[in-house]
Design a protein around this ligand. Structure first.
Ligand code: ACO
Length: 349
C-alpha cells in the first residue's frame, strides 16, 4: 500500500502574549503555582474579534501548503480537528475551504480534543494509503480564550489553555520506508464526564439532576442552554485534573510503546518524541518512564500553554523549523485527552 508522508508543516500563534501574572488580574492564582504544577509561563490569546479558530487554521495551512510545494487549489481533502469551532455547526473544515477558495472538496471535522490532530492524521493517512487522495490538508486549531471561566471558579482549567493552530499536508511518500509507519487510536468512554463541557448539549442530565425535568412549554426553548445553566458555569469546560493526570501518565507510554512494537523499534530509536502539550509534568513523567534523553523529547508548553488539537502540529512545526527533524529521523507523535481518547503516530521523516 502507498505510504503517506508529511510534505509541509505550518503553524500560527496570535501575537498577543498573556502571562501568568496577567491571569492574576482575573482569578486567585499565581505565576509560581502555574509554573510549578504545569510548567506554563505564558500563552497566546487570539484577537477577540478578528481571529477565530478557522482564521488561525488558515494561517497555519497557508504555510504548510506552500512548504509542500502546492497551492490551495491542489488540496483534495481537508481534515480539521478542534474542540472550539467557530460555530456549533457547521464545522471549521468548510469554513477553511471557503476562506482558502479551495475547490468543492470534502471537508471533515474531527472532535477528539487533545488527541484530535493525531486522529485526524490517521484518517488522512488511510485516504492516501488507499490512493483516494494525493494532497490532504490536516489542521488542528483552537481558540480557547473565548470559552474559559476566567473567575477563580475555573482556575484549574483556564490557566492551562492557549490559542493557536498547526497544519500539515500529507502526500504519497516518494521514498521506500519513508512516511507514516503506523497510527494507533484508542478510547475509553467510561471517563467521558471527567473532562468535558456538558452544555450546550442534547443530554438531559442537567434537568434531571436538578429535578427540573418537566418538559412543559416554558422550558422547551431552554433545554439546550438556559440562563440557569450559564449561572452554574455549565457552558465552561469541567475537569478532574488529578484523574486526568493519573490516566495520562499510563496511556502516553503505553501508546508510544505500542507504536514502537508495531514497527520493531526501541525507545532508543526515537529521534524526537512530540507529546501533546497537556502539562510539562506529564511530558517529564513520560520521558522518565521511557528513559528518553532531553534531546529526544520536544516541549513548548512553557510558551503556548495547552493548545489541545493544535499542540502537536505546533510543536512539530517548531521542532522542524529549528532543524530538530531531519530526513530519515524517527518521529513519534503521541496524545491523550478528553474522552478519554489517546493516540500515537510513528513517522520516518
Ligand atoms: N492557581 C492556584 N491554585 C489552584 C489553581 C490555580 N490555577 N488551580 C487549582 N488550584 C488549587 C486547587 O483549588 C487545590 O486547592 P486545595 O488543595 O485548597 O483544594 C490545589 O490547587 C490543588 O489542586 P489539584 O487540582 O489537585 O492540583 P494538581 O496538582 O492536580 O494540578 C492540574 C492541577 C494542573 C490541572 C493537573 O491536575 C493537570 O495538569 N492535570 C491534567 C490536565 C490535562 O492533561 N488535561 C488534558 C488535556 S485537556 C483536554 O483534553 C481538553
Amino acid at each position: 500500500m502507498q505510504a503517506s508522508r508529511i510534505a509541509g508543516v505550518g503553524m500560527y500563534v496570535p501575537s498577543n502574549i498573556f502571562t501568568n501574572n496577567d491571569l492574576t488580574k482575573y482569578m486567585d492564582t499565581s505565576d509560581e503555582w502555574i509554573q510549578e504544577r504545569t510548567g506554563i509561563m505564558e500563552r497566546r490569546y487570539a484577537d477577540r474579534t478578528r481571529e477565530t479558530t478557522t482564521t488561525m487554521g488558515v494561517e497555519a495551512a497557508k504555510i504548510a501548503i506552500e512548504r509542500a510545494g502546492i497551492t490551495p487549489q491542489d488540496v483534495d481533502f481537508i481534515v480539521f480537528a478542534t474542540l472550539s469551532p467557530d460555530y456549533y455547526f457547521p464545522g471549521c473544515g468548510v469554513l477553511l475551504q471557503r476562506a482558502m477558495k479551495m475547490k468543492e472538496i470534502g471537508a471533515l471535522d474531527v472532535r477528539n480534543q487533545c488527541s484530535g490532530f493525531v486522529y485526524a492524521l490517521s484518517v488522512a493517512d488511510q485516504f492516501i494509503k488507499t490512493g483516494m487522495y494525493k494532497n490532504i490538508l490536516v489542521v488542528g486549531a483552537e481558540k480557547h480564550s473565548f470559552g474559559l471561566d476566567f473567575s477563580t471558579r475555573g482556575r484549574n482549567i483556564s490557566v492551562i489553555f492557549g490559542d493557536g493552530a498547526g497544519a500539515v499536508v500529507l502526500q504519497p511518500a516518494t521514498k521506500q520506508g519513508q512516511g507514516i509507519l503506523s497510527t494507533h487510536l484508542h478510547s475509553d468512554g467510561d471517563s467521558a464526564e471527567i473532562l468535558a463541557m456538558y452544555n450546550p448539549g442534547t443530554h438531559a442530565n442537567y434537568w434531571v439532576q436538578n429535578n427540573v425535568a418537566s418538559f412543559d412549554e416554558a422550558e422547551m426553548g431552554e433545554m439546550f442552554m438556559s440562563h440557569a445553566m450559564i449561572d452554574e458555569a455549565q457552558n465552561f469546560p469541567n475537569m478532574d485534573g488529578p484523574a486526568v493526570f493519573k490516566k495520562a501518565i499510563v496511556k502516553f507510554p503505553e501508546v508510544i510503546m505500542e507504536a514502537l512494537a508495531a514497527n520493531n523499534l526501541q525507545t532508543t530509536d526515537i529521534n524526537l518524541l512530540i507529546p501533546h502539550q497537556a502539562n510539562l509534568r506529564i511530558a517529564q513523567f513520560v520521558q522518565q518512564k521511557l528513559k528518553l534523553t532531553d534531546e529526544q523529547v520536544y516541549n513548548n508548553i512553557q510558551y503556548y500553554g495547552n493548545t489541545t488539537a493544535a499542540s502537536v502540529p505546533i510543536a512539530l512545526c517548531e521542532a522542524w523549523e529549528k532543524g530538530k527533524i531531519k530526513e530519515g529521523d524517527i518521529v513519534c507523535l503521541a496524545a491523550f485527552g478528553s474522552g478519554f481518547t489517546w493516540a500515537s503516530a510513528l513517522i520516518r521523516w
